[in-house]
Design a protein around this ligand. Structure first.
Ligand code: ADP
Ligand code: MG
Ligand code: MG
Length: 512
C-alpha cells in the first residue's frame, strides 16, 4: 500500500505567509514571461480590444513531488526514444501498414497520408528531418507488488507541437526564486531545497535543436537571408511559451524567426523553381526570406484544416526544401496506434527499430498495456474489456488525435462504443489507466487558488536531427539529445484535468 511520507505537504500558511508567497509568485511570473493570454471568458474582448493583456500561467504554489528515481528513469531513455521514433518516421513501408488500417475510418489520417504520397510521387527535395519530441509519463506502482518500487509508464509520445518547453524552464526558475526568498516555510526544507529542484533546460535545448537544423540546412541559394518559421494557431493563448523559444533562437543563435498563422501559408509563402520555401513577411513583402525550418505549433488537429486551401498549404510546406518539424511521416509516427503496436507483447517491432538490446529493454519497461480494438484475438479481448462496465473502469479509450480533450475514460467507454458504428472501433486504442498515487498541492489559475488532490505527469523533451537515406528505412542521425523536462500537475478529480505546469522536485521522498 502506498502512502505519502509527507502528509504535511503542502504546508499550511498563515495569511501573511500566503500574501508574501502569492505577491512574489504573481510578479515574478509576469516579469519573466511565465504568462498566457487571458481566456475570453476571463477578460471580455471589449476590455481588451488590442489583445494586449496577459495573465500568469497556471502554476502550483509549491513544487509537486516526484520520485527522483522515476525522473532519472524517464531521462535515461530520452535518446533511445529519439532513435526509435526517427527510425519509425524513416520507414514508409512499415508506417504504410499502420496507416492502411486507419485510412478508411479516419479521414484526418487519410488526408495526411495523401499529402505524403503526393509529395513522394514528385520526390522529396529535403532529406533532413527534425524531431522535437516529448515523451509523457506518470509514476506507476503495481498494486499487486508487495514491496513496490515506483517506475514510470509512458502516457504517450508526442511528435508534433510538443508544448510548454518555453514555460517549463520559467516554472523551474520561479520555484527556485520562491525558495531563495524564503517564501516556503522552514518546515518543508527537507523536501524543497536547491538540490531537489532541477532547472529544466527545455528553452535552451529546444532552441539548440532548431539551431542545429537551421545550420544543417546550409546557406541560402541567393543573397537573401534564411529564417525559421513558427507555424502557429491564431489566436494562440499560449503564445509566450513559443516566444521564449523564438527569443532563445534569436538571441543565442542569431537566427531570425517569424510567426506564420496556419491559415496563411499560401498567402505568405511561395516555392521557387527549386522548391525552396520563400517567406514574404506581410509587413515587408519586398524582403523575402528563405525558410530553413518550419516548426509546427499547429496543424495537428482536424479542426484547423477548415478548407482545401489549408490542406494545400500543408502540401506546399511538405513539398518544399525547408526542413519540417515534423514531416508528415514523423507526425504519423506519433499516432496512438503506433504506440499500441510497439507495446504489443512479444512484438518484433521494437527490436526492428531499436536493435540495441539494452536500449530496447529500457524502453520496453516504460510501456503500459495497450490494446487494439480490431478483430484480432487481442482486439476481441479488448472489446470485451471495453464493453463490460465492470472492467472498462480500468481503461482509457483514445482516438488518433492530439491536443487533449479527445479521450473517453473508464465508465463512459461502454456507452461511447455502443453509440459508435463497429466499423469505427479500430480507429481507437484501449489503454490501461496508469494510477499515480495522489498528493496535494495548490494550483494558482486565472487569479484563483484551487487546493486539493493532484497527480503529476512528467514530459521529457528530446531533439533529434536525422538525414533520410536513398532507400526506405535508411537514415543517419546527425544530432540526438535530451532537451529538458516539463512537470504538469493536474487536479486528480477530473480525468484529464486542466493543464497546470509545475516544477519538479525529484528527491525520492514521496514513497514509504
Ligand atoms: P493527447 O495527445 O490528447 O495529449 P494523451 O494520451 O496525452 O492525449 O491523453 C490526455 C491526458 O489523459 C493525459 O495527459 C493524461 O492526463 C490522461 N491519460 C491518458 N492516458 C492515460 C493513462 N493510460 N493513464 C492515466 N491517465 C491517462
Ligand atoms: Mg499528444
Ligand atoms: Mg498528452
Amino acid at each position: 500500500m502506498i502512502t505519502t511520507m509527507y502528509p504535511e505537504y503542502p504546508p499550511g500558511l498563515n495569511d501573511e505567509q500566503n500574501k508574501y508567497l502569492l505577491a512574489n509568485l504573481k510578479d515574478w511570473s509576469i516579469a519573466h514571461g511565465l504568462a498566457v493570454r487571458p481566456p475570453p471568458a476571463y477578460v471580455p474582448e471589449e476590455h481588451n480590444p488590442l489583445g494586449a493583456l496577459a495573465t500568469t500561467a497556471p502554476v502550483t504554489l509549491f513544487p509537486s513531488l516526484f520520485p527522483r528515481v522515476c525522473f532519472e528513469q524517464a531521462k535515461s531513455v530520452a535518446k533511445a526514444y529519439n532513435e526509435l521514433y526517427s527510425a519509425i518516421a524513416s520507414d514508409e513501408g512499415w508506417l504504410k501498414g499502420i496507416v492502411e488500417e486507419l485510412v478508411d475510418i479516419d479521414d484526418f489520417i487519410a488526408q495526411l497520408w495523401k499529402v505524403y504520397t503526393s509529395t513522394k510521387s514528385e520526390g522529396y527535395v529535403q532529406p533532413l528531418q527534425l524531431g522535437l519530441f516529448r515523451s509523457d509519463y506518470m509514476v506507476h506502482v503495481d498494486p499487486a507488488d508487495t514491496s513496490p518500487s515506483p517506475a514510470v509508464k509512458q502516457v504517450e509520445f508526442n511528435t508534433i507541437a510538443s508544448s510548454f518547453g518555453g514555460l517549463s524552464s520559467q516554472v523551474s526558475a520561479l520555484h527556485k526564486h520562491l525558495l531563495s526568498i524564503d517564501a516556503y516555510p522552514d518546515t518543508i526544507s527537507s523536501i524543497v531545497n536547491e538540490a531537489a529542484l532541477p532547472q529544466s533546460s527545455s528553452v535552451p535545448q529546444l532552441a539548440r535543436g532548431m539551431a542545429v537544423a537551421h545550420q544543417a540546412y546550409g546557406p541560402p541559394e541567393s543573397d537573401i537571408e534564411t529564417c525559421v518559421i513558427f507555424l502557429v494557431q491564431d489566436p494562440e493563448r499560449n503564445v509566450f511559451d513559443q516566444r521564449h523559444l523564438e527569443y532563445a533562437l534569436n538571441n543565442n543563435h542569431g537566427v531570425r524567426t517569424f510567426r506564420l498563422p496556419f491559415g496563411r501559408v499560401l498567402d505568405d509563402t511561395k516555392l521557387d523553381a527549386n522548391r525552396k520555401l520563400l517567406y514574404l513577411p506581410p509587413h515587408a513583402p519586398n524582403k523575402p526570406f528563405e525558410v530553413s525550418l518550419v516548426y509546427f505549433r499547429a496543424g495537428y488537429s482536424p479542426a484547423e484544416y477548415q478548407s482545401q486551401r489549408d490542406w494545400d498549404g500543408r502540401l506546399q510546406i511538405e513539398r518544399s526544401a525547408a526542413i519540417k518539424c515534423p514531416s508528415i511521416l514523423t507526425q504519423l509516427a506519433g499516432t496512438k496506434k503506433v504506440q499500441q503496436v510497439l507495446a504489443t507483447p512479444h512484438s518484433p517491432h521494437l527490436k526492428r527499430f531499436l536493435p540495441d538490446d539494452a536500449q530496447a529493454a529500457a524502453v520496453l519497461k516504460t510501456f503500459a498495456p495497450i490494446y487494439p480494438l480490431d478483430k484480432s484475438e487481442a482486439g476481441q479481448e479488448a472489446r470485451n474489456l471495453a464493453t463490460n462496465p465492470e472492467t472498462a473502469v480500468r481503461y482509457v479509450l483514445k482516438p488518433q488525435r492530439e491536443g487533449g480533450g479527445n479521450n473517453v475514460y473508464r465508465k463512459a467507454i461502454p456507452g461511447f462504443l455502443n453509440g459508435l458504428p463497429e466499423l469505427q472501433w479500430p480507429a481507437h486504442i484501449l489503454m490501461e489507466m496508469i494510477e499515480p498515487p495522489a498528493q496535494s498541492n495548490v494550483i494558482f489559475r486565472n487569479g484563483e487558488m484551487q487546493e486539493g488532490g493532484v497527480i503529476c505527469e512528467l514530459g521529457i523533451y528530446g531533439a533529434c536531427l536525422w538525414k533520410n537515406g536513398e532507400k526506405d528505412g535508411e537514415r543517419d542521425i546527425v544530432e540526438n539529445f535530451e532537451a529538458g523536462y516539463l512537470l504538469r500537475t493536474k487536479g486528480s478529480g477530473s480525468e484529464e484535468g486542466g493543464v497546470a505546469v509545475s516544477c519538479c522536485s525529484t528527491r525520492n521522498v514521496l514513497w514509504s
